[in-house]
Ligand binder design. Sequence first.
Ligand SMILES: Cc1cc2nc3c(=O)[nH]c(=O)nc-3n(C[C@H](O)[C@H](O)[C@H](O)COP(=O)(O)OP(=O)(O)OC[C@H]3O[C@@H](n4cnc5c(N)ncnc54)[C@H](O)[C@@H]3O)c2cc1C
Length: 481
Amino acid sequence: MTQGDHSRRQFLQATAGGLVLSSALTSSDTAADEKHATRVTNPVSGDVLQTHGMLSADGTQLVEQQRAIPVAGKTDVLVCGGGPAGIGAALAAARAGASVQLIEMAGCLGGVWTCGLLTKILDSENKSGIMAELLTKFSSRGSEVAKNTHGTVYDPEIAKLVLEELCVEAGVNIRLHTRLAGAVTDEHNRVAAVLTESKSGREAWLADRFIDCSGDGDLAAHAGCRFDVGTGADCECQPMSMLALLTGVDPEAVRPYIREDSRKAKPLLLKLMEEHGVSPSYRGPTLRHLHSGIYSIMTNHEYGVSAFDASAITEATIRARREVHDIINGLRKVGGPWKDISVVATAEQIGVREGRRIKGRYEITAEDLAKGLRHEQAVCRAKFAIDVHALNAHGNKEISREFKKGGLKPYDIPYPALVAADVDGLLVAGRCISGDFIAHSSYRVTGNSVPMGEAAGLAAAESARREILPHELDWREIKPS
Ligand SMILES: Cc1cc2nc3c(=O)[nH]c(=O)nc-3n(C[C@H](O)[C@H](O)[C@H](O)COP(=O)(O)OP(=O)(O)OC[C@H]3O[C@@H](n4cnc5c(N)ncnc54)[C@H](O)[C@@H]3O)c2cc1C
């Protein structure tokens, strides 16, 4: 019998009556237990704060034993998520003089811009502030294509570098590889701390103001905020998409298929694919030329995948990556200019279009878009179309046109839509702000996420400095001129 078998048997015996101690707690080796009890996370020796727990009798739940979590930091402002919104928030708060902690679960900053290999910034033309600054950087540091598109078609690697440089320069404390896993409110219903998990173990972070830029509204949900997901009783959401970088094609030879060079590029590429037996799950295949023989492609849809189901996301990721490779293998068989096309990289993160929409102190609605809302506390004006990708594999597999019926005029994003309704001290920015399903499909694009983040960052810093809560602040008093 192996040692594993022995402890398993010991554990099973212990499960005989009701809630029971786990094998770790039933060990007869008291000396070992004492040693474990005093263990603390140590980044040099690799030691960890050990988890103990109890398994319920039916084996469906494990109750963790209480343990003291080290406080890893205290700042004026904590930003969860380093995507376009989080970058805007962290930079604005730090530049306004606040100490800022940025928590990001990926190994780089940028969110969908970088981990998702997006390569195109929409609805940024009318934006000033940090969005304009980033476009200038992406363009001046980027390729001819980036320059010609004023930075709106950018290289994800340049973006990673620029975002890190700007945050370091502004004095933002960056913590990568760290996932928010909990939030604690105090007796005044204010967010007081968040909990994270990483190679450094479980840690607590304190701040005066918190900003949820996780895209999915993770911080707000953990803090107890109400939220909406998708549309209808089944919370139907827009599909996810795996993006990829490609090479091996001469841009001159495939010019008509490149999105920026031809309005007909998408249907033309679809036709080419279908004529050669390739049938992509997203029927608006979008090919972009980035620089020197490097392209990006978006031609995958993963339908009906919840942003809150890690197993479903895993399956979708594996399926999507397979499809991207199959499509490119298929295109290679077209021959001619396509004969050497190949995949350079698929995105590390499948692109998630929709997560939670956190209830704020204003909810942006389809009616606001139809009438072109004007709001006295506008943080920016959005112009991007209602853009609901097909919700399922039936029908056209491209865009659901039925949601466009109400129409859209350029509309304001009000500051109160960034202020959480249900807990204090919490702002939200990016795609998880307060709005309905249709409004979200428009304001979610990155040209709006950055100014939302910038406004939330400034409001967080300023409300902390004035010792008032974010909802007590009037955006008109602090908005940059
Ligand atoms: C496939 C696809 C194509 C798109 N096409 C375009 C386009 O062409 N142009 C455009 O402008 N927009 C496009 N969008 C929309 C746009 O990318 C997103 O709406 C935008 O990125 C939202 O910005 P964000 O900062 O709110 O969220 P995200 O970019 O999703 O960033 C969220 C960040 O938070 C981090 N995070 C999440 N949860 C946690 C946690 N628990 N702990 C720590 N960190 C966490 C993530 O790693 C990520 O870095 C597209 C989106 C998708 C998915």
